[in-house]
Design a protein around this ligand. Structure first.
Ligand SMILES: [Zn+2]
Ligand SMILES: [Zn+2]
Length: 141
């Protein structure tokens, strides 16, 4: 197989070559992919998190948000009640953890990130925002 000219890795200061179909070497491509996951903390990438998360879900098998609304749904995510923003104290504090189902977790994450697509429920609760949305939809602007 003829070798194409290798491109250097896009990471400044890296002497490696880009992987085929990528702008980064194997190492930096992994870092790029990791960083792209919604700006997640590297704390999620630890064996300790995986272990404690699994234990927590075993102890809290049901979605807490659904339970508050009188629904029974299996939890599959551990959510930080107060966003930890990379703070290890908040991150590891299980008093700050709650078990959520995928739907509740993504809704909460979207609301925290200010994502509009998933925050419909919030919008209904907030009259000011509903008004703003109404203006957006109005042709008179
Ligand atoms: Zn590199
Ligand atoms: Zn739920």
């Amino acid at each position: 197989m003829p070798m194409k000219a290798l491109r250097p890795c896009r990471e400044p200061g890296c002497s490696g070559y880009a992987m085929p179909g990528s702008s980064w070497c194997a190492k930096h491509r992994r870092e790029q992919e990791r960083g792209r996951r919604a700006g997640q903390s590297p704390l999620y990438d630890t064996a300790r998190w995986r272990r404690e998360r699994a234990l927590f879900l075993r102890a809290h098998p049901l979605c807490e948000e659904c339970r508050r609304q009188g629904r029974i749904r299996a939890a599959s995510q551990v959510d930080h009640i107060r966003p930890h923003e990379g703070d290890p104290g908040l991150f590891w504090d299980q008093a700050n953890w709650q078990a959520l189902c995928v739907a509740c977790h993504s809704r909460k994450t979207a609301a925290e990130d200010g994502g509009f697509g998933h925050a419909r429920r919030r919008r209904e609760e907030d009259p000011a925002r509903r008004e703003a949305v109404g203006r957006e939809l109005s042709p008179r602007g």
